[in-house]
Design a protein around this ligand. Structure first.
Ligand code: ADP
Ligand code: MG
Length: 238
Protein backbone atom coordinates (compact mmCIF):
# COMPACT_ATOMS: atom_id res chain seq x y z
CA UNK A 1 0.00 0.00 0.00
CA UNK A 2 1.07 3.52 -0.63
CA UNK A 3 -0.23 6.99 0.18
CA UNK A 4 -0.59 9.50 -2.66
CA UNK A 5 0.19 13.16 -2.17
CA UNK A 6 -0.05 15.79 -4.88
CA UNK A 7 0.91 19.29 -3.76
CA UNK A 8 -0.13 22.55 -5.43
CA UNK A 9 -0.30 20.99 -8.86
CA UNK A 10 -0.41 23.40 -11.77
CA UNK A 11 -0.80 22.21 -15.35
CA UNK A 12 -0.80 24.44 -18.39
CA UNK A 13 -1.25 23.50 -22.01
CA UNK A 14 0.16 26.53 -23.81
CA UNK A 15 -1.67 29.54 -22.41
CA UNK A 16 -4.49 27.48 -20.89
CA UNK A 17 -4.20 26.73 -17.18
CA UNK A 18 -6.11 23.48 -16.73
CA UNK A 19 -5.12 22.80 -13.11
CA UNK A 20 -4.64 25.81 -10.87
CA UNK A 21 -3.01 24.66 -7.66
CA UNK A 22 -4.61 21.34 -6.77
CA UNK A 23 -3.87 19.41 -3.57
CA UNK A 24 -4.80 15.75 -3.25
CA UNK A 25 -3.96 13.41 -0.42
CA UNK A 26 -5.06 9.78 -0.37
CA UNK A 27 -3.95 7.75 2.64
CA UNK A 28 -2.64 4.16 2.40
CA UNK A 29 -5.47 1.92 1.28
CA UNK A 30 -7.79 4.86 0.59
CA UNK A 31 -10.33 5.02 -2.23
CA UNK A 32 -10.47 8.60 -3.54
CA UNK A 33 -12.85 9.75 -6.23
CA UNK A 34 -12.19 12.86 -8.30
CA UNK A 35 -15.57 14.09 -9.45
CA UNK A 36 -16.63 17.09 -11.49
CA UNK A 37 -18.15 18.16 -14.80
CA UNK A 38 -16.64 17.38 -18.16
CA UNK A 39 -13.56 19.50 -18.91
CA UNK A 40 -12.75 20.41 -15.27
CA UNK A 41 -9.37 18.66 -15.39
CA UNK A 42 -10.00 15.21 -13.89
CA UNK A 43 -8.26 13.18 -16.59
CA UNK A 44 -5.37 15.61 -16.69
CA UNK A 45 -4.84 15.21 -12.95
CA UNK A 46 -4.94 11.42 -13.25
CA UNK A 47 -2.49 11.47 -16.17
CA UNK A 48 -0.13 13.56 -14.07
CA UNK A 49 -0.33 10.97 -11.28
CA UNK A 50 0.40 8.27 -13.87
CA UNK A 51 3.32 10.19 -15.34
CA UNK A 52 1.70 10.41 -18.78
CA UNK A 53 1.94 14.20 -18.59
CA UNK A 54 4.46 16.38 -16.79
CA UNK A 55 3.40 18.89 -14.14
CA UNK A 56 3.99 22.57 -14.87
CA UNK A 57 4.51 23.12 -11.14
CA UNK A 58 3.97 21.14 -7.96
CA UNK A 59 5.08 17.84 -6.51
CA UNK A 60 3.79 14.26 -6.51
CA UNK A 61 4.74 11.71 -3.85
CA UNK A 62 3.87 8.03 -3.52
CA UNK A 63 4.60 7.26 0.10
CA UNK A 64 8.07 8.62 0.76
CA UNK A 65 9.05 8.58 -2.92
CA UNK A 66 9.11 11.77 -4.96
CA UNK A 67 7.80 10.53 -8.32
CA UNK A 68 7.24 13.93 -9.91
CA UNK A 69 9.82 13.35 -12.66
CA UNK A 70 9.58 9.55 -12.93
CA UNK A 71 8.46 7.77 -16.12
CA UNK A 72 5.15 5.85 -15.92
CA UNK A 73 6.82 2.43 -15.85
CA UNK A 74 8.83 3.40 -12.75
CA UNK A 75 5.77 4.44 -10.75
CA UNK A 76 4.32 0.99 -9.96
CA UNK A 77 0.77 1.89 -10.96
CA UNK A 78 -2.05 0.29 -12.88
CA UNK A 79 -4.35 2.36 -15.03
CA UNK A 80 -7.84 1.36 -16.15
CA UNK A 81 -9.47 3.50 -18.83
CA UNK A 82 -12.97 3.66 -20.28
CA UNK A 83 -11.73 2.11 -23.52
CA UNK A 84 -10.54 -1.39 -22.77
CA UNK A 85 -7.45 -1.25 -25.00
CA UNK A 86 -7.09 -5.04 -25.15
CA UNK A 87 -4.85 -6.55 -27.80
CA UNK A 88 -7.36 -7.84 -30.37
CA UNK A 89 -5.11 -10.61 -31.72
CA UNK A 90 -4.26 -12.04 -28.28
CA UNK A 91 -6.40 -14.41 -26.23
CA UNK A 92 -7.65 -13.39 -22.81
CA UNK A 93 -4.84 -15.47 -21.27
CA UNK A 94 -2.18 -13.70 -23.33
CA UNK A 95 -3.74 -10.29 -22.71
CA UNK A 96 -3.54 -11.00 -18.97
CA UNK A 97 0.03 -12.26 -19.24
CA UNK A 98 1.19 -9.39 -21.41
CA UNK A 99 2.18 -6.98 -18.64
CA UNK A 100 4.22 -9.69 -16.95
CA UNK A 101 5.90 -11.04 -20.10
CA UNK A 102 7.23 -7.60 -20.87
CA UNK A 103 9.16 -7.80 -17.62
CA UNK A 104 10.62 -11.23 -18.40
CA UNK A 105 8.75 -13.01 -15.64
CA UNK A 106 9.30 -16.80 -15.63
CA UNK A 107 6.57 -19.02 -17.13
CA UNK A 108 5.48 -20.64 -13.86
CA UNK A 109 4.93 -17.27 -12.19
CA UNK A 110 3.03 -15.98 -15.23
CA UNK A 111 0.75 -19.04 -15.18
CA UNK A 112 0.01 -18.79 -11.47
CA UNK A 113 -0.63 -15.01 -11.59
CA UNK A 114 -2.96 -15.42 -14.57
CA UNK A 115 -4.81 -18.21 -12.73
CA UNK A 116 -5.11 -16.11 -9.58
CA UNK A 117 -6.42 -13.04 -11.40
CA UNK A 118 -8.87 -14.93 -13.60
CA UNK A 119 -10.31 -16.66 -10.53
CA UNK A 120 -10.69 -13.30 -8.82
CA UNK A 121 -12.56 -11.85 -11.79
CA UNK A 122 -14.48 -14.95 -12.93
CA UNK A 123 -12.61 -15.22 -16.23
CA UNK A 124 -11.46 -18.85 -15.99
CA UNK A 125 -13.80 -20.11 -18.71
CA UNK A 126 -12.85 -17.30 -21.11
CA UNK A 127 -9.07 -17.66 -21.17
CA UNK A 128 -8.82 -19.03 -24.72
CA UNK A 129 -11.16 -16.48 -26.28
CA UNK A 130 -10.22 -13.44 -28.31
CA UNK A 131 -11.50 -10.04 -27.12
CA UNK A 132 -14.03 -9.78 -29.97
CA UNK A 133 -15.83 -12.86 -28.56
CA UNK A 134 -16.43 -11.15 -25.19
CA UNK A 135 -19.20 -8.89 -23.93
CA UNK A 136 -18.43 -5.32 -22.85
CA UNK A 137 -18.44 -6.25 -19.18
CA UNK A 138 -16.14 -9.22 -19.76
CA UNK A 139 -13.72 -7.02 -21.70
CA UNK A 140 -13.64 -4.47 -18.94
CA UNK A 141 -12.92 -7.30 -16.50
CA UNK A 142 -9.99 -8.47 -18.64
CA UNK A 143 -8.69 -4.89 -18.72
CA UNK A 144 -8.85 -4.81 -14.93
CA UNK A 145 -7.20 -8.21 -14.75
CA UNK A 146 -4.37 -7.00 -16.89
CA UNK A 147 -3.93 -4.05 -14.56
CA UNK A 148 -3.87 -6.11 -11.36
CA UNK A 149 -1.76 -9.03 -12.57
CA UNK A 150 1.40 -7.06 -11.77
CA UNK A 151 0.15 -6.42 -8.23
CA UNK A 152 0.63 -2.67 -8.39
CA UNK A 153 0.31 -0.60 -5.24
CA UNK A 154 -1.79 2.08 -6.80
CA UNK A 155 -4.80 1.95 -9.11
CA UNK A 156 -5.81 4.84 -11.33
CA UNK A 157 -9.26 4.59 -12.92
CA UNK A 158 -10.50 6.99 -15.59
CA UNK A 159 -14.26 6.58 -16.05
CA UNK A 160 -13.87 2.80 -16.40
CA UNK A 161 -17.63 2.16 -16.51
CA UNK A 162 -18.75 4.70 -19.06
CA UNK A 163 -18.89 2.21 -21.96
CA UNK A 164 -21.08 -0.25 -20.05
CA UNK A 165 -24.87 -0.32 -19.88
CA UNK A 166 -26.57 0.67 -16.63
CA UNK A 167 -27.02 -2.80 -15.12
CA UNK A 168 -23.44 -3.83 -15.81
CA UNK A 169 -22.16 -0.53 -14.54
CA UNK A 170 -23.60 -1.19 -11.11
CA UNK A 171 -22.18 -4.72 -11.06
CA UNK A 172 -18.65 -3.83 -12.20
CA UNK A 173 -18.65 -0.88 -9.80
CA UNK A 174 -19.19 -3.24 -6.88
CA UNK A 175 -16.45 -5.54 -8.24
CA UNK A 176 -13.98 -2.69 -8.48
CA UNK A 177 -14.52 -1.74 -4.86
CA UNK A 178 -14.25 -5.39 -3.79
CA UNK A 179 -10.97 -5.84 -5.67
CA UNK A 180 -9.58 -2.69 -4.12
CA UNK A 181 -10.42 -4.00 -0.66
CA UNK A 182 -9.13 -7.53 -1.38
CA UNK A 183 -5.83 -6.31 -2.79
CA UNK A 184 -5.31 -3.71 -0.09
CA UNK A 185 -4.57 -1.22 -2.86
CA UNK A 186 -4.81 2.55 -2.90
CA UNK A 187 -7.14 3.87 -5.62
CA UNK A 188 -7.81 7.16 -7.36
CA UNK A 189 -10.94 7.03 -9.46
CA UNK A 190 -12.18 9.67 -11.90
CA UNK A 191 -15.83 10.09 -12.84
CA UNK A 192 -18.38 12.74 -13.74
CA UNK A 193 -21.11 10.51 -12.26
CA UNK A 194 -22.32 11.60 -8.81
CA UNK A 195 -23.79 8.19 -7.94
CA UNK A 196 -20.51 6.41 -8.70
CA UNK A 197 -18.64 8.93 -6.60
CA UNK A 198 -21.02 8.66 -3.65
CA UNK A 199 -21.05 4.86 -3.59
CA UNK A 200 -17.35 4.13 -4.24
CA UNK A 201 -15.40 6.73 -2.34
CA UNK A 202 -13.97 6.98 1.14
CA UNK A 203 -13.27 10.55 0.21
CA UNK A 204 -14.39 12.67 -2.71
CA UNK A 205 -12.62 15.62 -4.31
CA UNK A 206 -15.05 17.89 -6.15
CA UNK A 207 -13.24 19.65 -9.00
CA UNK A 208 -14.43 22.70 -10.85
CA UNK A 209 -12.41 24.56 -13.48
CA UNK A 210 -9.07 23.31 -12.31
CA UNK A 211 -9.49 23.74 -8.56
CA UNK A 212 -10.70 21.44 -5.77
CA UNK A 213 -13.84 23.07 -4.39
CA UNK A 214 -14.35 20.62 -1.55
CA UNK A 215 -12.88 17.43 -0.07
CA UNK A 216 -14.38 15.02 2.41
CA UNK A 217 -16.29 11.82 3.02
CA UNK A 218 -19.08 11.63 0.41
CA UNK A 219 -21.97 11.96 2.88
CA UNK A 220 -20.47 14.95 4.58
CA UNK A 221 -19.80 16.76 1.30
CA UNK A 222 -23.30 15.94 0.08
CA UNK A 223 -24.99 17.11 3.27
CA UNK A 224 -22.76 20.13 3.89
CA UNK A 225 -21.69 21.52 0.52
CA UNK A 226 -19.44 24.53 0.97
CA UNK A 227 -20.23 26.19 -2.34
CA UNK A 228 -23.23 26.57 -4.56
CA UNK A 229 -21.37 24.70 -7.27
CA UNK A 230 -20.83 21.63 -5.05
CA UNK A 231 -24.49 21.65 -3.93
CA UNK A 232 -25.71 21.92 -7.50
CA UNK A 233 -23.36 19.29 -8.84
CA UNK A 234 -24.11 16.69 -6.17
CA UNK A 235 -27.81 17.55 -6.00
CA UNK A 236 -27.56 18.25 -2.26
CA UNK A 237 -30.73 18.95 -0.27
CA UNK A 238 -31.46 22.69 -0.11
P1 ADP B 1 -12.08 16.03 -17.73
O1 ADP B 1 -11.38 14.72 -17.69
O2 ADP B 1 -12.46 16.55 -16.39
O3 ADP B 1 -13.26 16.02 -18.65
P2 ADP B 1 -9.64 16.94 -19.00
O4 ADP B 1 -8.61 16.83 -17.94
O5 ADP B 1 -9.67 15.91 -20.05
O6 ADP B 1 -11.08 17.12 -18.33
O7 ADP B 1 -9.47 18.35 -19.73
C1 ADP B 1 -9.43 19.57 -19.03
C2 ADP B 1 -9.15 20.69 -20.00
O8 ADP B 1 -7.82 20.58 -20.50
C3 ADP B 1 -10.07 20.70 -21.21
O9 ADP B 1 -10.41 22.02 -21.49
C4 ADP B 1 -9.21 20.10 -22.29
O10 ADP B 1 -9.57 20.59 -23.55
C5 ADP B 1 -7.81 20.55 -21.90
N1 ADP B 1 -6.77 19.62 -22.34
C6 ADP B 1 -6.60 18.34 -21.93
N2 ADP B 1 -5.54 17.77 -22.52
C7 ADP B 1 -5.00 18.70 -23.34
C8 ADP B 1 -3.88 18.74 -24.22
N3 ADP B 1 -3.06 17.67 -24.36
N4 ADP B 1 -3.64 19.89 -24.88
C9 ADP B 1 -4.43 20.96 -24.72
N5 ADP B 1 -5.51 21.00 -23.91
C10 ADP B 1 -5.80 19.90 -23.21
MG1 MG C 1 -11.84 12.88 -18.62
Amino acid sequence: MVAVTARTIVKRFGATEVLRGVDVHVPDGGFAVLVGPSGCGKSTLLRLLAGLEEVTAGEIRFGERDVTRLAPRDRDIAMVFQSYALYPHLTVRDNLAFGLNLRKTDAATVASRVAEVSAMLGLEHLLDRLPRALSGGQRQRVAMGRAIVRRPQLFLFDEPLSNLDAALRAQVRVEIRKLHDQLGATSVYVTHDQVEAMTLADRIFVLNRGVVEQVGPPREVYEHPRTRFVAGFLGSPA
